[in-house]
Design a protein around this ligand. Structure first.
Ligand code: ZN
Length: 684
């Protein structure tokens, strides 16, 4: 796996990023960028999920040509939706099409509790791009019965179910029953248990009929030993067995996922025609070439060009990008993001980026592991304009791409923070009861309200702009050395970099924080979250599986344990409730620095055993008693731990066959958006 990038939940901010149900009190205005206070941020809540909206404030500043570009790129962003569903699990598309047909066509009772349970299940499938939880990877089981499901399908009229040739409705029902309702069938999207075959035990659709050993053999033979510019082998393919042979099916316009890729290419070609400048046009054209051929060399060329395009106001990601969903850390899930540069906020990230060498030189790691020259860390702040594939509706708030190590080393990378997503989160959470419940003191709560968002944004910038880009590997060590422990270790490395530096006077010097008091808010939030509040996202009896959560748990438990003799962080009880209090911020900072040095050493030397010991000891296990307490306190607040974002809708204004303007609107109905996507972007 690769050096990377997605900070899924704003750490410093996790306390604020949780929103109570506000219900739908009034129909929200569907106008462009209304004032924050009048805007309905949260539009839906179900299971452990909530749906917010985000505003694209920079959209109105764009020229008509830039708006047209955003529109085409947005269509390309939605056109790959089916790919993500198909990749997550081989039956996801069949299931989604069946569910969509019932939602559209069921003529029976749509008001009762059974229907409500059905709709919760449907919305969860839409949210996760499949039937496995988007974050915990477990298959979620419907709360209605198989018989009720059968009655829904049979009671639907005027809609087409996805029947194979010769298949009847009853065949479809029989086929889907175990897939939906039997907990043992394809229970986990990704197996993380190193004692079993990671490939055969994962339901994710990157492999079919092959074992872990066969996959390792295939890529072991493909990968050249001394190639300084290796392609990302296997990134855009599926490995299957054909006539007894292990082969790759490669995604391209005429290959795997061809019909969806053809649509993506169709819209990208239009986008190339209205590109802002030559560089951007070349970027888009190279991406088209890559989609036409499936050639990963072209993908690298595209990435090099893309890194070089820093002048454009509109930018995008579209492709097979992140490898989190592959237990072997090689195959990427399709995603898309269209974004607009936020000019004011970009200056903040640029200040950090400009000082990159200072940060590297002063980092508390072994000098052998430091980059002599930190290169090309470009930093900017963006507003998301359209989310697609794996980043819809659950989106990261920071991105650092490309992932290929040699490109990052030679050409640098682009690091961005999604300002409007963070902003929507903050606005939606102002009324949350989460802070008062889990902050130990009034002072801590005040600090989190006063500085939380600012410190959180800065933390994200430090994590993305500097953290992932810092450090170097020893000769002969590859980023795959840490295997299944790569992701949590890499996230911890970037996070510790942010934690170490946010408490540095340099932050005040650069004008990024008003005082180091603001940095305390970030430490408070991290300790609270890593030791306690992130447990709200874990079901009783389960351990921690997600890479970012493992990272946070590991970092917080490590510093807690090491600081115990000096009472750096203490566990407190008040009114029968558990809290964690930081008593010495300077000492805590030193502990973060020490752990950063440890983790950098593990990364630089590719020390698998040390990575495993650290992650397994501090990052995975859950204290069942504390877990139960936290879940009970949390349940009383009626909050949803995971957030997704409804997309705006873009409508072209056409005169004489040409697009002369694009209107943006902010719908409030998640179900309507999902049904529309299902109709408009169903290509596989
Ligand atoms: Zn990261």
């Amino acid at each position: 796996m690769i050096m990377k990038r997605f900070l899924l939940i704003p750490l410093a901010f996790a306390a604020l990023a949780l929103v109570p149900a506000c219900g739908k009190k009034e129909p929200a205005p569907e106008t462009a960028a209304p004032a924050a206070a009048a805007f309905q941020w949260q539009v839906d809540q179900f299971a452990d999920l909530k749906i917010l909206r985000y505003q694209v404030s920079g959209f109105e500043e764009l020229t008509p040509a830039q708006k047209e570009l955003v529109y085409y790129l947005s269509e390309a962003a939605q056109s790959g939706r089916d790919i993500t569903f198909a990749q997550n699990y081989k039956h996801n598309l069949l299931i989604r099409k069946t569910l969509d047909a019932v939602v559209e066509g069921y003529k029976g009772d749509r008001k009762g509790p059974e229907w409500a349970k059905f709709m919760v299940y449907v919305k969860r499938v839409w949210f996760s791009n499949g039937i496995h939880h988007h974050y915990a990877y477990d298959k979620f089981i419907p709360e209605f019965t198989p018989d009720y499901f059968a009655s829904l399908i049979k009671g639907s009229e005027g809609v087409a179910f996805p029947l194979a040739p010769g298949q009847t409705i009853d065949d479809l029902i029989t086929f889907l029953r175990p897939i939906l309702f039997d907990p043992a069938v394809d229970a986990k999207k990704i197996s993380l248990d190193p004692s079993e075959d990671l490939v055969t035990h994962s339901a994710v659709n990157f492999y079919e009929g092959v074992t872990q050993a066969e996959v390792e053999k295939l890529y072991g033979a493909l990968i050249g030993k001394n190639d300084p510019t290796p392609i990302s082998y296997g990134l855009n393919s599926r490995v299957v067995k054909k006539n007894g042979k292990v082969v790759e099916e490669v995604a391209s316009i005429n290959g795997l996922y061809g019909p969806a890729i053809a649509k993506i290419v169709f819209w990208l070609e239009k986008a190339a025609g209205v590109a802002e400048n030559d560089q951007q046009r070349k970027v888009i054209e190279k991406l088209i070439e890559y989609y036409r051929t499936g050639d990963l060399k072209k993908f690298d060329e595209y990435n090099v060009l893309w890194v070089g395009d820093t002048a454009s106001r509109v930018d995008f990601v579209n492709g097979f990008i992140e490898v989190y969903n592959d237990p072997m850390g090689r195959k990427a899930t399709w995603e898309a993001l269209v974004n607009i540069k936020d000019l004011a906020a970009t200056r903040r990230a640029e200040a950090i980026s400009a000082a990159a060498q200072w940060f590297e030189d002063n980092s508390p790691i072994d000098p052998r592991f430091k980059k002599k020259e930190v290169k090309g860390v470009s930093a900017k702040v963006i507003d998301a304009a359209m989310l697609g594939g794996a980043v819809y509706p659950s989106t990261p708030i920071g991105i650092n791409l490309p992932n290929a190590t040699w490109i990052r080393k030679t050409h640098g990378s682009k690091s961005v923070t999604l300002e409007n997503i963070t902003y929507a989160n903050t606005q939606a959470s102002l009324a949350s009861g989460f802070g008062p419940e889990f902050c130990f003191s009034a002072e801590e709560l005040d600090r989190s309200r006063k500085y939380g968002p600012q410190a959180g944004n800065l933390h994200t910038d430090l994590h993305e702009v500097l953290g992932h880009a810092s450090g170097q590997l020893m000769p002969g060590v590859s980023v795959e050395s840490l295997k299944n422990y790569h992701s949590p270790i890499e996230e911890a490395r970037a996070d510790l970099f942010a934690l170490y530096y946010i408490m540095d006077n340099k932050m005040v010097e650069l004008g990024l924080l008003p005082s180091l008091d603001a940095a305390k808010a970030d430490y408070d939030a991290n300790i609270r979250n890593g030791l306690m509040t992130q447990l709200t996202r874990i079901q009783p009896g389960k351990t921690i599986t997600q890479a970012h959560m493992r990272s946070r748990s590991m970092v917080s438990h490590w510093v807690y344990e090491k600081g115990l003799p000096q009472k750096v962080v203490t566990r407190e009880t008040k009114d029968g409730k558990t809290f964690f209090a930081i008593n010495d911020y300077e000492k805590l900072r030193r502990l973060y620095g020490e752990l950063l040095a440890v983790i950098q050493k593990i990364t630089s030397e590719g020390d698998y055993a040390a990575a495993r010991d650290l992650v397994e000891k501090y990052g995975v296990q859950v204290d069942p008693v504390l877990h139960q307490e936290v879940l009970a306190r949390y349940a009383k607040l009626n909050l949803a731990p995971y957030t997704g974002f409804l997309n705006p809708e873009l409508t072209p204004v056409i005169e004489n066959g040409r697009i002369v303007d694009v209107k943006i609107s902010y719908p409030v109905d998640y179900v309507q958006q999902m049904l529309r996507y299902g109709k408009q972007y169903s290509f596989l």
